[in-house]
Design a protein around this ligand. Structure first.
Ligand code: AMP
Length: 283
């Protein structure tokens, strides 16, 4: 059965109040729609972990630093509701822009440090938009737990920090990246790639895995990253924005994974910006 679609905060609050009175736990999965198996895996994790599950769909204008990207972002609400139907979630919250940013809205949530690098460097303002909307969604839904993908690793770190710093009692849970059989991380933006672009884009993950393997054998990152960038260019990527090895918690740059580490990359294919990251074992 399709879950009810709620469009106003008043309706959402009525529903969550009845759940809270009954002592039920609430899980939220914030999304921008155009749902794929990655999003659905988060909804499934929430279904297992919580009594009630809300999936939110809001294409948040504040987190788009590029107006063209906002305009081109796929919007597929009807299909999204159908994909969620078999999962037995309790509500889909699709707020209009005024429910999130009412007239006169003047507050900005900004997390420093973690947001200075990588996505923060190449998408100015993006993380303030994310932190602000996620803080609002946590408070609007009264969620006990919120499910985020490791696909957006830096975002996961940022949202965890934000909830902790603001004493928002929503526990942030990170879930594994879901990939196409080719290894390409699923993303709503993949819809904008041609078949050829999809094949080329699938090179990103194996190139990262090769670097991880060399790191495990004791090689240092700088020369490996240079080779990897060359390989990505040969594969058809343009504008490799970053290809970094970083501490998995502080996101400090590393040259060898002497701590729990993460390799993260962003690059363009056919005018579409793609990101990926993998865990790198400590040596
Ligand atoms: P988005 O709709 O792109 O804002 O993503 C909403 C949530 O889904 C975020 O927590 C993302 O990290 C997560 N997500 C997106 N793609 C994937 C994926 N391939 N695997 C797991 N989670 C994902």
């Amino acid at each position: 059965m399709t879950a009810p679609i709620l469009r106003s905060l008043a309706e959402l609050r009525d529903l969550t109040a009845t759940w809270k009175r009954a002592g039920e736990s609430i899980g939220v999965v914030p999304t921008m729609g155009a749902l794929h198996a990655g999003h659905l895996s988060l909804a499934q994790a929430a279904r297992v972990g919580c009594d009630r599950v809300i999936v939110t769909i809001f294409v948040n204008p504040k987190q788009f630093n590029n107006p063209e990207d906002l305009e081109n972002y796929p919007r597929t609400e009807h299909e999204d509701a159908e994909k969620l139907a078999p999962l037995g979630i309790d509500a889909i919250y699709v707020p209009g822009p005024d429910e999130v940013y009412p007239s006169g809205f003047a507050t900005n949530v900004s997390v420093s440090g973690l947001t200075d690098v990588m996505e923060g460097e190449f998408r100015p303002g993006h993380f303030d938009g994310v932190a602000t909307v996620v803080a609002k969604l946590f408070l609007q839904t009264s969620a006990d737990r919120a499910y985020f993908g490791q696909k957006d690793y830096q975002q996961l770190m940022l949202v965890t920090r934000m909830a902790r710093d603001l004493d928002i009692p929503t526990e942030v849970i990170g879930c594994p990246t879901v990939r196409e059989p080719s290894g390409l991380a699923m993303s709503s933006r993949n819809l904008r790639l041609s078949d050829e672009g999809l094949t080329k884009a699938a090179q990103l993950n194996p190139i990262m895995q090769d670097v991880a393997q060399a790191l495990a054998q004791g090689a240092s990152f700088a020369p490996l990253a240079k080779q990897a960038r060359d390989r990505l260019e040969q594969a058809g990527f343009t504008g490799i924005e970053y290809f970094d090895l970083r501490c998995a918690t502080s996101l400090e740059a590393l040259d060898t994974p002497t701590r729990r580490a993460r390799m993260l990359a962003a690059a363009w294919m056919e005018g579409v910006r793609l990101i990926d990251n993998i865990e790198v074992p400590m040596v």
